[in-house]
Design a protein around this ligand. Structure first.
Ligand code: GLP
Length: 235
């Protein structure tokens, strides 16, 4: 594991964006595992800017997102598909059909999960960006009794609903269920960049990466990944 501590969110975002840029230059048809939440916004800003300067070409790239709220349509402003369009996809030349976010409105969510696993298996993720929830979740893999390998439907924990309420008008609007890539999909990525911004994440980050590996702290499984970089900003 490589652990990088920086003093600002800008630095964190730049280091992560540089990693993605290096990968894209080396492998123009890279498969990027992307995340939502506030942490990766600075990375997407930098990727957009690099594209605008003509330094990056996403025409052969593919993206696979971690998760989506169940019940939110792609055009719902709080859906993760909407987030990705707004912060990245609408500003770069990645073909729409090469961007994948779980469909939160699938008629058969279980079938959607199986199809998502088949997609991950077929494409293979080169680099996965991950944030971390205050309860140690990655994607929406919430603390539980077991690590769930495949893409699955999850009941969000109270603390997650509360934490994510900041993006909604009120807590009542936050969906209580989500569809998330499982631990297997995440761990199969060739490289993982875990980013955590701010002192509030320090405790859970340390618990996850230096404590016991347990499904009670889903991010702790990352200790077993052969190519993990953690970028933590104290800002
Ligand atoms: C959400 C997402 C996670 C993300 C987490 C942390 O719950 N499902 O993928 O890592 O929020 O978000 P933030 O980066 O805003 O702290």
């Amino acid at each position: 594991m490589q652990w990088i501590t920086v003093s600002s969110y800008e630095e964190l975002s730049q280091i992560a964006a540089d990693r993605i840029t290096a990968l894209m230059k080396r492998k123009p048809n890279a498969v990027l595992g992307l995340a939502t939440g506030s942490s990766p916004i600075g990375i997407y800003e930098r990727l957009r800017a690099a594209f605008a300067r003509g330094e990056l070409d996403f025409s052969r790239a593919c993206s696979i997102n971690l998760d989506e709220y169940l019940g939110l349509a792609p055009d719902h402003p709080q859906s993760y598909r909407f987030f990705m369009q707004k912060h990245l996809f609408d500003h770069i030349n990645i073909p729409n059909e090469s961007t994948f976010v779980p469909n939160g409105c699938a008629k058969d969510p279980e079938a959607e999960c199986r199809a998502y696993d088949a997609l991950i298996e077929e494409r293979g993720i080169d680099l996965q960006i991950l944030g971390i929830g205050l309860d140690g979740h990655i994607g929406f893999n919430e603390p539980g009794d077991a690590f769930l390998k495949g893409t699955h439907i999850i009941d969000l924990h109270e603390s997650t609903i509360r934490a994510n309420a900041r993006f909604f008008e009120s807590e009542d609007e936050v969906p209580h269920r989500a569809i998330t890539m499982g631990i297997g999909g995440i761990m199969n990525a060739k490289e993982i960049l875990l980013i955590a911004n701010g002192a509030s994440k320090k405790e859970i980050l340390c618990a996850a990466l230096t404590g016991p590996i347990t499904p009670a702290v889903p991010a702790s499984i990352l200790q077993l990944h052969p190519n993990l970089t953690v970028i933590y900003s104290e800002e």
